[in-house]
Design a binder for this molecule. Structure first.
Ligand code: HEC
Length: 198
């Protein structure tokens, strides 16, 4: 009689073990569909502060808001920067930005937030996924070029998983392309020249 219970007990254990391991396989993470990657990328970009620097702003009584007609198109090429007092931006003094938070002045000169819409001529439309990921991992313009300048937080974004960076790429490639040719950075010794040329 006792033996019978023992056999039954073993059978129950074996059954639950098999069911459990079977379930485990069903729970394995499945590769995300393209739509799911775009949705994840949208979540990361909209909660990750990218628009703080990469989207032009409109000013309301409440302060700056994102100009949703030009989302993520970078420093507006048609805007002229106000004059800069160079004594204020020598090392150890101020780092400054303009009204869109998209042009930044510091000891590195002036950097301009890139157009990260998929426009082929002026945005990241021709960038491959691999180059895009490399730009964050290695802090290089277009993934292969010059070092990226402050305040682009590539050191932080570059710590994301491959899946997150691929999702950001999928999302950015899905948004409206905007034609806006962001200027190349101005080296520190060229700021004066730029101001007198205006
Ligand atoms: C504090 C401001 C700031 C924030 C926040 C920011 N960026 Fe940037 N980003 C910049 C600036 C400025 C540049 C241009 C740097 C340069 O020219 O060297 C840049 C450059 C880039 C580039 C390089 C484009 C190229 O052609 O190589 C990509 C891609 C990019 N940013 C994506 C993002 C994403 C995605 C986020 C959010 C997760 C983000 N940035 C958040 C300021 C910022």
């Amino acid at each position: 009689m006792h033996k019978k219970f023992l056999y039954a007990g073993v059978a129950v254990l074996l059954f639950s073990f098999l069911t459990f391991t079977g379930c485990k396989q069903d729970d394995m993470p499945k590769a995300k569909t393209h739509e799911e990657m775009v949705a994840l990328g949208k979540y990361i970009v909209t909660t990750g502060g990218c628009e703080d620097c990469h989207s032009p702003k409109i000013y309301t009584e409440k302060g700056p808001e994102f100009d949703t007609t030009r989302s993520l198109s970078g420093f507006p090429a048609n805007e002229t920067l106000p004059d800069i007092d160079l004594n204020m931006v020598t090392p150890g003094k101020w780092v400054m930005t303009e009204k869109n938070f998209s042009a930044w002045v510091g000891p590195w000169g002036i950097s301009y937030a890139s157009n990260i819409t998929p426009d082929k001529a002026t945005g990241i439309g021709t960038l491959t996924e691999e180059m895009f990921i490399k730009s964050f991992r290695e802090g290089k313009y277009m993934g292969v070029g010059r070092p990226l300048l402050p305040p682009m937080p590539w050191q932080v974004i570059g710590k994301k998983t491959d899946e997150d960076l691929k999702a950001i790429y999928a999302y950015l490639m899905s948004i409206k392309p905007i034609h806006n040719m962001v200027p190349q950075p101005t080296p520190p010794d060229k700021i004066m020249e730029m101001q007198t040329k205006k």
